[in-house]
Design a protein around this ligand. Structure first.
Ligand SMILES: Nc1ncnc2c1ncn2[C@@H]1O[C@H](COP(=O)(O)OP(=O)(O)OP(=O)(O)O)[C@@H](O)[C@H]1O
Ligand SMILES: [Mg+2]
Length: 269
């Protein structure tokens, strides 16, 4: 099987700081893969390179067999890669519904002129987008907030809006940057359940950045571990939890890596 996403020897620097060094990764269709590592390890930088937020200066990224290394963000989204952000990025004054609908922007096939003239094509596309947005709001338990400004919602709910917005572009690959950050434990359990469901129902491939070991161990089939921009380990969650380099990287930084993680075969969440 061909990987859906293949990253080869990706490096990135900010001035003199090497944020990422020779990073390589393969994800196969339908996989749920985790990217973990201490603060500042380079995880979000990987997402920014995949999604065209940063220009790639060294290395290459292939999506469904096509080299997307020099593509711009909107083209990457239209090709089937969507993401959520570590720091929630919503239009706080806009309604929840409009925030989700905005995610469809990259797949619109009407021109600005169409939109201004409110052509039939525009109206049809608009209706479809609204219908899809309502379906996603229902899936994320947000229907009753459809017309509420996003700023009125709690943090965990805002994270769900972001996921709905990412999904409306009908991605094949979903990149989630710390989706459980700031959630309490019941919200986190709910999120884990939702991510599993999404993966099953939409045949999604997911790359997940997460600090909470409980989340990655429960969800991911494979993990990559970054530290100071370098890949220090890759393997199953069980292998990673015992890996000496990983334990060393986390010691004194994010605390005890093992303390948050359940037994590997528990699988109750
Ligand atoms: N836009 C930027 N300009 C300058 N330096 C940056 C920029 N973005 C990231 N960095 C630096 O690059 C390194 C990697 O950052 P990155 O955000 O990728 O880490 P991370 O693994 O996502 O960390 P965290 O877990 O804290 O989110 C850090 O040292 C960070 O300070
Ligand atoms: Mg980050």
């Amino acid at each position: 099987m061909q990987p859906i996403l293949e990253i080869t020897d990706l490096s990135h620097s900010f001035g003199g700081l090497k944020a990422l060094t020779d990073f390589s990764l393969e994800i196969f269709p339908g996989e749920l893969v985790g990217l973990i590592g201490p603060n500042g390890a380079g995880k979000t930088t990987v997402f920014n390179l995949i999604t065209g937020v940063f220009r790639i200066s060294a290395g290459a990224i292939t999506f469904r067999g096509e080299d997307i290394s020099d593509w711009r963000s909107h083209r990457i989204t239209a090709a089937g890669i969507a993401r959520t952000f570590q720091n929630i990025r919503l239009f706080k004054e806009l309604s929840v519904l409009d925030n989700v609908r905005l995610g469809a922007f990259a797949q619109h096939r009407y021109s600005l002129l169409d939109a201004l003239r409110r052509s039939r094509r525009f109206n049809t596309a608009e209706q479809q987008v609204t219908q899809q947005a309502f379906e996603l709001l229902e899936r994320f338990n947000l229907t009753h907030y459809a017309h509420t400004p996003a700023r009125h919602l709690a943090y965990g709910e805002q994270r769900r809006i972001e996921m709905a917005r990412a999904l409306i572009s009908r991605p094949q690959l979903l990149l989630l940057d710390e989706p459980a950050a700031g959630m309490n434990s019941s919200e986190t359990e709910d999120l884990i359940r939702r991510i599993r469901q999404l993966q099953d129902e939409f045949a999604l491939t997911i790359l997940l950045i997460e600090h909470q070991m409980r989340v990655v161990v429960n969800l991911c089939q494979r993990l990559y571990v970054l530290d100071f921009g370098q890949t220090i380990a890759a393997g199953s969650p069980q292998e990673i939890q015992r890996h000496p380099a990983v334990l060393e990287a986390y010691l004194g930084k994010d605390g005890d890596l093992l303390s948050e993680a359940p037994e590997p075969d528990e699988g109750t969440l």
